[in-house]
Ligand binder design. Structure first.
Ligand SMILES: Cc1ncc(COP(=O)(O)O)c(C=O)c1O
Length: 375
């Protein structure tokens, strides 16, 4: 599809230069339409045919190379990570390995004293975490290694396959927060041997808040007892074949839905499913190629301006996020917002995160206004 036609699916382009998909994304028209339809249906009929689907599970499964049975609906990434943290067992002296570039929710679940596990932070050097340092940190006492596929401040992309190899060599499980990669960078949980992966849909997946998915590797599911249980956690036949709930025993689902508890925010998942469908239609490889083109263009412009990049430039570590240093980043971002350019202030810099429908002309506008600000 021509860029001009792609942009027609994104009403935001009429109002803003939106370069902030690492924060919360504007809804594409088909996504907003599906959600509107659902709301109208509920208002007029008290039901909607849109909820008869699996609420995007099979679509998310396709996106990450998993089976639909390996996907649970959760509220957000933080809940997905908490489930992963709380289904594992931590013998005395055990540890979890993570990095010092992580978003709080990747680390906090293991800092709860009740888990009794030590958190080991692999230190980044110049915004990068080396495999050698991860290798040194992971040992036989390691129960889990937890990282973001793409780190939220500077966009550093971790090598999932290499890290999972290190984790598994020591019998540890590998847990991935994919919220900064899902929708923009191809993911294959089987190729990379990931045990848990979770992502909400309101960033690069272009969906609304309130919908997230958790992948749990098939052969782990039945070994794990969910931290919370409710009607959604049990085998479906429990209520399909009997006239009342079997409340005398707990027969947990053999699929990842054992990690679900109760009624999800259906309207959010209707939007999420539509958004993932849209992205899969364009193809994640195509989206990645286009986004890397745009971020590459931005990197060159930032360097030409003489500003310092905070994003690693090696191709294998690049992503949809570019961060460059600036004085008074908060005020700079406010200045840009007053000029209808939406980005974020992070770590003494400006974080820019374009998606595949953005243009070089929009990057030029950002650069122009940044120049005006630094004058
Ligand atoms: C890496 C990372 N993980 C998690 C989150 C938050 O996830 P959620 O709000 O879905 O719990 C963010 C939000 O910025 C993030 O960047």
């Amino acid at each position: 599809m021509e860029l001009e036609n792609i942009r027609k699916l994104f009403p935001v382009v009429k109002n803003k230069v939106f370069l902030n998909h690492a924060a919360q994304s504007p809804l594409p028209k088909p996504v907003a339409d599906a959600m509107r339809q659902y709301v109208e249906d509920y208002s007029n009929f008290g039901a909607s045919p849109l909820e008869a689907s699996d609420l995007g599970k099979s679509m998310f499964a396709r996106l990450v190379g998993a089976k639909p049975e390996e996907i649970a609906l959760v509220e957000n990434t933080s809940v997905g990570l908490n489930i992963a943290a709380n289904v594992l067992r931590y013998p005395p002296g055990s540890k979890v390995v993570t990095t010092d570039l992580e978003y709080p929710s990747v680390v906090y679940p293991w800092l709860k004293s009740s888990l009794g596990v030590k958190v080991h932070y692999v230190r980044s050097v110049n915004g990068k975490v080396s495999l050698e340092d991860i290798e040194k940190a992971v040992d036989d006492a390691t129960v889990a290694v937890a990282v973001s596929h793409v780190e939220y401040v500077n966009g550093f992309r971790n090598d999932l396959r290499a890290i999972s190899e290190i984790a598994h060599r020591h019998g540890a499980v590998f847990i991935v927060d994919a919220i900064q990669s899902a929708g923009v960078i191809p993911i294959d949980v089987k190729r990379d041997n990931v045990d848990f992966l979770t992502s909400a849909c309101y960033k690069w997946l272009l969906g609304p808040a309130g919908a997230a998915y958790l992948y749990v590797r098939e052969d782990l599911i039945e070994k794990l007892e969910p931290p919370y249980v409710g009607w959604a956690s049990v085998k479906q036949e429990t209520f399909e074949t009997v006239a009342f709930w079997d409340i005398w025993s707990l027969k947990l689902s053999e699929t990842a839905s054992r990690f679900e508890v109760g009624t999800p925010s259906t309207v959010s998942f209707v939007g999420a499913a539509e958004a993932i469908k849209l992205l899969l239609n364009f193809g994640i490889e195509n989206i990645e190629k286009r986004v890397l083109e745009l971020t590459g263009y931005l990197i060159e412009k930032v360097k030409a301006l003489g500003l310092q990049l905070q994003t690693p430039e090696e191709p294998q570590h690049r992503s949809g996020i570019v961060n460059f240093k600036i004085d008074k980043p908060k005020e700079a971002v406010e200045h840009l917002r007053r000029n209808n350019i939406v980005v974020s202030a992070r770590a003494h810099g400006i974080r820019v995160s374009p998606h595949f429908y953005n243009t070089e002309a929009e990057i030029d506008k950002l650069i122009e206004e940044t120049k005006n600000w630094t004058k």
